[in-house]
Every structure is written in C-alpha cells, then in structure tokens.
Design a protein around this ligand. Sequence first.
Ligand code: 0X9
Ligand code: ZN
Length: 266
Amino acid sequence: VSYYEQYHSLKEINSWMDHITEKNADILQKICIGSSYEKRPLYVLKVQNKTPKNAIWIDCGIHAREWVAPAFCIWFIGHHRMWRKSRSRHANDRCIGTDMNRNFDAGWCGEGASDNSCQQTYCGPYPESEPEVMAVTSFLKAHKDNIKGYITIHSYSQMVLFPYSYTMNRSKDHDELQLLAKKAAAAIRKTSRKVYQSGPGAETIYLAPGGSDDWAYDLGIKYSFTFELRDKGTYGFLLPPHLIRPTCIEALSAVKEIASHIMINI
Ligand code: 0X9
Ligand code: ZN
C-alpha cells in the first residue's frame, strides 16, 4: 500500500511535509504558526496558485486518537499525483484538463475518447487544442524527413503497441510492425524475464483515437510505438522506486531492438 494509505508518526509526517513542499515549491508553502505544549512545531501547508484569493482552512487531528483525520489532510495535499490530463481550461468547459493522448489529429474524438471535459479521456475542444500537443506535432512535422522512429512511453500494463488505435483496421505496415514489436518484447523477456504483450493498440487494449503514435505514423513515421512499462497492476501507476532501474533496463533493450531494425531497413 502507498504512503497515503498508511498511518504515520509525527516524525514521518514532518519529513513528508518538507519533501512535498520542496517538490511543489510553486504551489505549496510550509508555514510555522507556533508550537505545541511539548514544544513541537505546528505547521500549516498553504496551497496557492499565482493569485492569492480567498482560502479554506482545513485541520485534521485536533483529537489525537482520531487517526484517520490526519490521514485525510495528507491525502488532500497528495491527491494530484494520480492526475492524468493536461492542466488547460477551455471556454465553456466545466472541468480542467484534456487527455493529451486523445488530442492528436488522428481519428480525433471518435469511439474511445470523450467530449466531456470531466472525463479522463476528454479529447479537448478541437485537435491540437493543447499547447503541449501542438509543440510536439510542430517539431515532428518540421523534422519529419529525419525522424525515422517514434516511441512514446507510458505505464502501466507491460505492452509494446503500434498503430492503429483509432481504428480496428490494420495498418499497411502491420506485418513488419508486429514482427518488430514481438522482437522488442522478446528482448525484454531475455533481459529481465518480464513478459510484455505486443500488438496494434485497438486490438490489444482498446479503441483510443487521437493518440500520438497513430498521428506520428500517419505523418509518415513508420516505426511508431507506444510502450506501456511495468507493472501489471500490483502497484499500477505508483511503481515503487526500486523498480525504476530494472524497468528502464528492460525498456532500453526494446528501444535498442527497434533502433537496430530501423538502421538496417532505412
Ligand atoms: O490510453 C492510452 O492513451 C494509453 N494507455 S494508458 O494506460 N497509458 O493511458 C494507450 C495508448 C495507445 N495508443 C493510442 N491510443 N494511440
Ligand atoms: Zn498513458
């Protein structure tokens, strides 16, 4: 279980406060407002965006034996780490954020995406509405003659995916990409004994239009892949730090496999 699903000592909470304010210095501030009878510091975590406005005070744990109360305050501060989307706000949209992997101009906003801004797979008001997506597409367009491969790294589920995801139809390079994806997965298996599935996105996981791999492929970058790294659900999005190294080493072996195939075939 994660840090946020456990109870912690005051010492642990204090170092968590230091850590989280340091990591999020743009919006979090730790203020000492006094000390307890036993001379321990009392801290306020102030969450603030650029323009200081009206605020809400939340305290947790006025009664010491009510353990879940401080757990809520910690949870409240930490909740954004499961955020998926961008941070944009568009006119008439109720909620914040667009799924950037639904915002590319490739079968944009068809089945597998949502036109509701409150959904995790919101496609945005129009293709490339997100500056981040636009920045990537302009760069790739400007350099498309030199860019022979496109690899986008996600997590989790241990997969090597390739186009298409916006349609169940197979791409004209299906056979070659399938073979190469299998070779990439085999390299991973040899490196760490981890099993990665491979296949076209739509068939292997789900229909998901507006993704960067499909867009890059349709631009003319034939060798276009999405890697879904570890794990398969034990830790999910919160992969513990000690698994960073083995995950990166195996992913690198797959990248090398793709790179050498490209070198031989261009
Ligand atoms: O749904 C996605 O965007 C990706 N899975 S994730 O769990 N990382 O969100 C899969 C992307 C596959 N490719 C496309 N949909 N184009
Ligand atoms: Zn993802």
